[in-house]
Design a protein around this ligand. Structure first.
Ligand SMILES: Cc1ncc(COP(=O)(O)O)c(C=O)c1O
Length: 356
């Protein structure tokens, strides 16, 4: 494979990163006159000071939890920040390319568009699995990033590990495996356990899903120390605020909550109940906290639910997802409301009410 150095954009390779006041001093001190802060802790919460730019306390917990060394961990403002940084580090605008495998998380394409990165899309197969040979055929000399999402959003399935491994071994750029939903999966281990084998692997995870901390905004990337070094060099100096660093610590200390099991059980209940409804044509297998459901007259059902205050995600315009809604397994009460509405659905009434 290419060495990581050969994949990195020239300007990033030679970047002299911003050196923040807080990263220059690592000893003990009691008087900080180095960062032009307001020294008065007006609200008694320490927010007058800049936070730790490398979030060491949080990383120590995550390192223990995931069995990944601190030098292999990047933390950011959601895993979306990590996606942004990977484009900034590896893709020369207008020159370098990325590959995605739709139907998948839309942010990869949006970020590619933002960065002026041409994107090649290699559809998943009918079972929403990778077509590894087709992916390799789409690779050009300029392909730097390959995005794989497992469990995949919006389809919910784990990508076959053998196909992921084949691509890790045969694609010469960076393979990004997005595991935002991994904590709901009962299947294989995280790819983060195999970083030592694959220097071209970057694994993304987040506290936004199973950890019930979407509002805190904390995403993680696990990769070789070399890749993490460049992510830290390119990120904003204080990219994770103090309230977030403080908010996530007790949760990480406690570990994953039993609501994860409850949500999985609720997803299974939804699946059973939805399967009994005559307008439901297919429910795809899920290892995440949502279901992709193919529905007769999906637009009608989508609008009916919306008019009754229940919002689901219309994925029917995504490739291979015609007529599909993505439904999050919510709380028991939320799911009851959804099922109650669907059970009461009467197309003839709705059609006269909403002819579109
Ligand atoms: C597959 C996938 N990756 C990443 C994200 C972004 O997560 P975060 O909240 O950490 O930015 C999402 C959010 O929906 C997602 O579905």
């Amino acid at each position: 494979m290419h060495s990581i150095q050969n994949l990195i954009r020239c300007n990033i390779l030679h970047l002299k990163p911003y050196s923040s006041a807080r990263s220059e001093f690592s000893g003990t001190a009691s008087v900080f006159l180095d960062a032009n802060e307001n020294g008065y802790d007006l609200f008694g919460d320490g927010l007058n000071r800049y936070p730790d730019p490398l979030q060491l306390a949080v990383k120590q917990r995550i390192a223990k939890l995931k069995g990944v060394p601190i030098e292999s961990i990047f933390l950011g403002n959601g895993s979306d920040e990590a996606i942004d940084l990977l484009f900034r580090i590896f893709c020369e605008p207008g020159v370098d390319e990325a590959i995605t495998c739709p139907p998948t998380y839309g942010m990869y394409r949006v970020q590619a568009d933002i960065h002026g990165t041409p994107i090649r899309q290699v559809l998943l197969n009918e079972d929403f699995q990778l077509r590894p040979q087709a992916v390799l055929e789409a690779v050009t000399y300029n392909t730097k990033l390959l995005f794989l999402c497992s469990p995949n959003n919006p389809t919910g399935n784990i990508l076959d590990p053998a196909s992921v491994e084949f691509l890790l071994r045969n694609f010469l750029g960076i393979v990004v495996v997005d595991e935002a939903y991994i904590d709901f999966a009962e299947g294989p281990n995280s790819w983060a356990q195999r970083l030592a084998e694959f220097p071209n692997l970057a694994v993304l995870q987040t506290l936004s899903k199973a950890w019930a901390l979407a509002g805190a905004r904390l995403g993680m990337a696990f990769a070789s120390p070399e890749i993490i070094h460049y992510m830290n060099a390119v990120k904003y100096p204080y990219n994770v605020g103090l309230p977030t660093q403080q908010a996530v610590l007790p949760a990480l200390e406690m570990g994953l909550d039993s609501t994860v099991a409850t949500i999985i059980a609720e997803r299974k209940r939804l699946e059973t109940k939805l399967a009994e409804m005559d307008f439901v044509e297919r429910i795809y297998p899920s290892d995440a906290n949502f279901l992709l459901v193919k529905i007769k007259d999906s637009a009608l059902i989508f609008n009916y639910l919306k008019q009754n205050g229940v919002v689901v995600r219309d994925r029917s315009r995504e490739p291979l997802c015609e007529g599909c809604l993505r439904i999050t397994a919510g709380t028991k009460t939320e799911n009851d409301r959804l099922l109650e509405l669907l059970a009461a659905f009467n197309p003839s009434l709705i059609q006269s009410f909403n002819p579109s």
